[in-house]
Design a protein around this ligand. Structure first.
Ligand code: HEC
Length: 132
């Protein structure tokens, strides 16, 4: 093999390794784009929380559990595990970030873009109401 060809092969291998590392990274931290984080929740107060709780009972409890602790009936089969909404990690995220994650999903967490925006913001209000 010429030097030139082995150099090209070397760079190709490095590219594959970088892609592999990026794949692992995607399984790690899950972050919303900066532009989404600052969005304010237009759905606030007791009515929004009640509406979010109702939607969660229909759409989310199978994985996140009845009290949002990530212990739904489907949870043992999932990797990564459904998030514990009461955890400091989830509670420390902005409304906009949680809204974006609910809308887009990742891995076993389905995207919920088909739910009306109002309902998704109500879910955010409900999740945030679970702060310990
Ligand atoms: C089929 C199982 C499943 C269902 C149904 C489901 N989730 Fe999830 N959810 C997950 C999993 C698994 C994760 C973790 C994903 C990850 O970390 O990559 C997750 C993560 C999340 C997170 C992100 C927590 C964080 O900040 O990192 C939020 C918020 C969330 N779910 C809300 C919801 C809401 C609201 C619903 C209902 C509308 C819902 N989920 C329905 C499985 C599910």
């Amino acid at each position: 093999m010429s030097i030139r060809r082995s150099l090209i092969a070397g760079f190709a291998a490095m590219g594959l390794m970088a892609a592999g590392a990026a794949g692992v990274w995607a399984q790690g931290e899950w972050k919303a784009p900066a532009s989404e984080k600052g969005k304010a929740n237009p759905e606030k107060g007791a009515a929004a929380i009640a509406a979010g709780k109702k939607s969660a009972a229909t759409n989310c409890v199978s994985c996140h559990g009845a009290s949002g602790k990530g212990d739904g009936v489907a949870a043992p089969a999932l990797t990564p595990k459904p998030a514990d909404w009461t955890s400091a990690k989830v509670q420390s995220e902005s409304d906009g970030e949680i809204f974006w994650k609910i809308s887009n999903g990742r891995g076993p967490m389905p995207p919920w873009k088909h739910l009306p925006e109002k309902e998704r913001w109500s879910l955010v209000a409900y999740v945030k109401s679970l702060k310990k």
